[in-house]
Write a protein that binds this ligand. Structure first.
Ligand code: 3AT
Ligand code: MG
Length: 334
């Protein structure tokens, strides 16, 4: 069998790949769903530009980073130069959307990223709208560009996101991780395979540059040139899924390490000064945001949820090691 850090992987691991590929394919949104999202964006553009002619609408999050499920919400960012207060603008927007007959309109103005939430009655699509959150637009593009390099990222991240949702490990309010964080874990995992499956785009020639407030978002975005990058590594989807959960169950050093897509490495909590709790940031499971590098995307993880996460990673690893049909039980809720 394949050796992974001293543990024997099941010898028939290869035979599991078709099952995982089917799960992956079943999660992809259909063309109709993507078309509905685009139509919604068009109607909203008309409505919003009637009141604010200079506002541009950007899709971000999973409907634009290519990691969306068929029932993922649509995340929209409005960009505006002149500074009307965000708070007032969101309240006005909520009124307008309500009068246009969108459902469940709600302005959430006291969050870290203030938003208006609503549902499109004809398609049931849920939509979050925020203002001037251009870092999210940039990190959306980064994820989308990584996904173009090697399809195994797309496959692995869909399996991991689906697992996280099914096992209720995808909620920052409960101390687990956001979808965004899980995709970054997958990117870093593939950067660290040997031979590497993904490069580190932020360490290459900087062909894309955007400065948002004081943060530089820069990386190599001519990814069409990299479509052969991972071809020296022939690991299958099943091996990677197994390797991912095995790593998080047994190999990750939770006291020392920080996952860093920016460097393509694992770096130390010491360098980041993330060795102890600071305010509400506990730094128990550390994931550096690729652009806002002072931002730990695992900061919501607490003593209790870290135990839940680790036992879920162990459950997944053991299902993958021993279960006859792991691509069913991996996602089962008991
Ligand atoms: P779902 O399919 O909706 O679960 P998603 O990728 O849309 O996945 P979220 O809805 O959690 O994920 O987040 C929407 C986007 O907001 C994703 C990312 O571009 C940005 N984002 C989320 N959390 C953070 C964060 N902590 N820091 C910076 N950007 C973030
Ligand atoms: Mg989303």
């Amino acid at each position: 069998g394949m050796k992974h850090r001293g543990i024997e992987c099941r010898p028939d691991i290869e035979t599991l790949s078709p099952g995982f590929v089917s799960v992956y394919e079943s999660l992809l949104p259909s063309d109709v769903e993507k078309e509905n999202q685009n139509l919604l964006l068009k109607s909203l553009t008309v409505i919003i530009n009637k009141e604010w002619p200079n506002v541009k609408l950007h899709l971000y999050g999973s409907c634009a980073n290519s990691f969306g499920f068929s029932n993922s919400d649509v995340d929209i960012c409005l960009s505006i130069d002149e500074c009307e207060s965000k708070h007032d603008m969101l309240l006005k927007l909520a009124d307008i959307l309500q009068s246009e007959n969108y459902q469940d309109v709600e302005a959430i103005t006291n969050a870290r990223v203030p938003i208006v939430k609503m549902t499109d009655p004809s398609t049931g699509i849920c939509c979050d709208i925020c203002i001037n959150n251009l870092l999210a637009v940039a990190n959306t593009k980064l994820l989308r560009d990584y996904a173009k390099i090697d399809n195994r990222l797309h496959q692995l991240a869909y399996i991991v996101k689906h697992w996280a949702r099914s096992r209720e490990m995808n909620n920052t309010f409960e101390g687990t991780l956001s979808s965004y964080a899980y995709v970054l874990l997958c990117i870093n995992f593939l950067q660290l395979r040997r031979p590497a499956i993904l490069p580190c785009l932020q360490e290459m020639e900087l062909t894309y540059m955007l400065t948002v407030e004081d943060t530089d978002c820069a990386y190599f975005d001519q990814v069409d040139e990299l479509h052969n990058f991972g071809s020296l590594n022939d690991e299958s989807l099943a091996e990677l899924v197994w390797g991912f959960f095995h790593y998080w169950a047994f190999a990750h050093n939770y006291t020392r390490d920080v996952i860093s897509v920016r460097t393509g490495c694992i770096i130390s909590k010491k360098i980041k000064n993330w060795t102890r709790r600071i305010g509400n940031d506990r730094h128990l499971l550390c994931i550096e945001d690729p652009f806002e590098t002072s931002h730990d995307l695992g900061r919501h993880v607490d003593r209790c949820s870290i135990d839940m996460l680790r036992s879920e990673f162990k459950r997944a690893a053991s299902v993958l090691q021993y279960d006859q049909i792991p691509f069913v039980s991996l996602f089962e809720r008991e």
